[in-house]
Design a protein around this ligand. Structure first.
Ligand SMILES: N[C@@H](CCC(=O)N[C@@H](CS)C(=O)NCC(=O)O)C(=O)O
Length: 232
């Protein structure tokens, strides 16, 4: 058995992994784990990843919940300073943008529509203000006047960032409309990835707003517990 990727394209890091693997011609078997159907709670998936999170990969007997595989240098450069820039971005993203984008998407769309749990307007307003601050930081500290976040070429930083930003976009946040610099960067990332691959990776999340509300009470309680942290 070759490489198996356990993904849910609703998930931001899964979309980044999916685009990366497809773009670099890495052959893989897609094993879809639908988080909103609670498929990550199954014993079968716990055997693959005891953390019960996606993305996860399995390559024969080798199982990893984070990353693997070589690709052209620009994605994760050998040059120490350029690589440090990518790492710097990834570290910031995990503690800043990721949290804002997840909370914006869940508070604006998933809690009220999918889980039927209202979100106080002042809570959402404060999350959106925080997101705005993060976007400003993304432009001023990372993008600056470069073509991509870490230099003239696309890197995993751009992939991780764009897949994250599409989360609030899927919930109707107009984050690019008032930010021409960021919008131009998004166009460059889409062109570098390829429009059709970009669309393919984002189809599921962009349709999330049309999902019917979750009815199964047991699953609803279980999911609510695991996403409660996104309400704050
Ligand atoms: N380490 C992963 C993050 C893994 C992660 O948080 N996955 C989420 C989906 S975005 C998940 O599987 N959540 C299910 C849960 O926590 O119940 C990364 O690449 O950033």
């Amino acid at each position: 058995m070759g490489l198996e990727l356990y993904l849910d394209l609703m998930s931001q890091p899964c979309r980044a992994v999916y685009i990366f693997a497809k773009k670099n011609g890495i052959p893989f078997q897609l094993r879809t784990i639908e988080l909103l159907k609670g498929q990550h709670y199954t014993d079968a998936f716990a055997q693959v990843n005891p953390l019960r999170k996606v993305p996860a990969l399995k390559d024969g007997d080798f199982v990893l919940a984070e990353r693997k595989y070589k690709a052209p240098d620009h994605w994760y450069p050998q040059d120490l300073q350029t690589r440090a820039r990518v790492d710097e971005y990834l570290a910031w993203q995990h503690t800043a943008l990721r949290s804002c984008c997840s909370r914006a998407m869940w508070q604006k769309m998933m809690f009220p529509v999918f889980l039927g749990q209202p979100v106080p307007p002042e809570r959402l307003a404060s999350t959106l203000a925080e997101l705005d601050g993060c976007l400003q930081m993304l432009e001023d500290k990372f993008l600056q006047n470069k073509a991509f976040l870490t230099g003239p070429h696309i890197s995993v930083a751009d992939l991780v960032a764009i897949t994250e930003l599409m989360h609030p976009v899927s919930a109707g946040c107009k984050i690019f409309e008032s930010r021409p610099k960021l919008a131009a960067w998004r166009q460059r990332v889409e062109a570098a990835v390829g429009e059709s691959l970009f669309q393919e990776a984002h189809e599921v999340v962009l349709k999330a707003k049309d999902m019917p509300p979750l009815m199964d009470p047991t699953l609803k309680e279980k999911l609510k517990l695991s996403v409660q942290c996104l309400l704050h």
